[in-house]
Design a protein around this ligand. Structure first.
Ligand SMILES: *Cc1c(COP(=O)(O)O)cnc(C)c1O
Length: 400
């Protein structure tokens, strides 16, 4: 049978045609005509003060912290259950990442954990829209506002998601997007920073281009003004080749999201009654972008054996995301039990815009069979039991 990949980027003829146009033009590097047009389109789409295209979401997080003037030794509260880019970004600027545990039902950062961690050295919070599901921004905005902290939305996985009618990427004063090949829209690698305050955007744009600004712009001037370096900036620019691809992808957000929604709905139908699984929970006030589809296996199931069975049939799968605080590089002494539990039990099953309903059915069937084959007598833990309840603010004993 045909393999069913875990992920697949939807790039085709339209994107190729856009790239051909760049090849025929005189400018392929960053901050050129395509990149500038994409920045305008992003700012309009999200209704923000400024959008800066960058080489990655990690670059966006790094420059956001520089623009916010974070100092060595400052503490930044970061979501724990995530690809650990937010904690890495804290470390880029010498700050201390403080890990906030997850809501058991959604995996997103728990605002109550954030409240408990705010201390005299806390300067801000980086929330994450976990694998495409927005976090609790009403609570996070209130909390950061009350304590005078910055709030950054890491919306790397969440292009197309919404929270209370607003798009993910516009849920905090600063948001960071990723256009990595495994995200909702992509140019292979890429990212963007969205800022309510245009001054933040200008600062980030300058630092993304060696501290000199757009060489393309300068080349358009009459005469020979010699640009000056005013910052030790980085080279975090997005090439105009990637920008051209993203201009096409931006127009396809709705189409690609609809296809992932169809797959997610089919999985939900096929797996809803499977007692050895907990399916993703989407609170009524938000929508999911389905960057990944994560199911939590009952603690009595041997996840590695299930994954091996699926892979042996050509079905891609992986662990969910990371319990950041457990990663050796941070040498953290914190515990985040909910995040650690999700890290131990979640499994990513194939999710992308080109998955067919037939393939989704094959995945669901293979998963059910593998669960039955690898269920043992391990007892259910209290945290696991809490994770199967829908309400975030009950059954959180042992969370903090
Ligand atoms: C993928 C991801 C990133 C990193 O994005 P890059 O564009 O690869 O730097 C950051 N944060 C989260 C939550 C991610 O999932």
């Amino acid at each position: 049978m045909d393999p069913i990949p875990l992920v697949h980027a939807s790039l085709g003829k339209l994107e190729l045609a856009a790239v051909e146009e760049v090849f025929a033009s005189d400018w392929t590097a960053g901050q050129g005509p395509r990149g500038k047009a994409l920045e305008k389109e992003l700012a309009e789409l999200y209704g923000v003060g400024d959008a800066v295209t960058l080489s990655s979401c990690a670059a966006a997080l790094h420059l956001a912290l520089l623009a916010l003037n974070v100092q060595p030794g400052d503490e930044i509260i970061v979501a724990d259950y995530t690809f650990p880019a937010p904690a890495h970004a804290a470390r880029y600027v010498g700050a201390v990442p403080v890990f906030a545990d997850a809501r058991p039902d959604t995996g997103t950062i728990d605002p109550r954990a954030v409240a408990d961690l705010i201390g005299p050295r806390t300067v801000g919070v980086i929330a994450v829209d976990t694998v495409g599901l927005p976090a609790d921004y009403a609570e996070l905005q209130a909390l950061t506002g009350r304590h005078g902290l910055f709030l950054i939305e890491d919306a790397a996985c969440a292009v197309g998601a919404t929270y209370r009618g607003k798009p993910a990427g516009a849920l905090a004063p600063i948001a960071c997007l990723s256009f990595h090949g495994r995200k909702g829209i992509t140019s292979g690698e890429g990212g963007a920073l969205l800022a309510a305050d245009p001054a933040i955007g200008a600062d980030v744009r300058l630092r993304s281009s060696f501290g000199i600004g757009s060489i393309f712009d300068k080349s358009q001037l009459i005469g020979l003004p010699i640009p000056e370096f005013t910052e030790i900036g980085y080279n975090y620019k997005l090439s105009d080749i990637a920008a051209a691809i993203l201009q096409v992808q931006l127009g396809r957000i709705g189409e690609l999201l609809e296809r992932r929604n169809t797959v997610a709905a089919r999985y939900a139908e096929l797996l809803a009654d499977e007692e050895l699984l907990t399916l993703p929970h989407v609170p009524a006030d938000r929508t999911h972008a389905w960057q990944s589809y994560l199911v939590a296996l009952d603690p009595a199931v041997d996840r590695a054996a299930v994954a091996a069975d699926l892979r042996a049939q050509g079905i891609g799968c992986g662990h969910g995301t990371w319990a950041s605080h457990t990663q050796p590089v941070y040498e953290s002494k914190q515990t985040c039990p909910v995040s650690a539990d999700l890290f131990a039990r979640q499994l990513a099953i194939p999710m992308h815009a080109e998955l067919t309903v037939d393939q989704a059915e094959r995945v669901a069937h293979a998963l059910r069979t593998a669960l039955r084959a690898h269920v043992g007598p391990k007892p259910r833990t209290a945290v696991a039991a809490a994770a199967t309840t829908a309400s975030p603010h009950e059954n959180q004993e042992g969370t903090s």
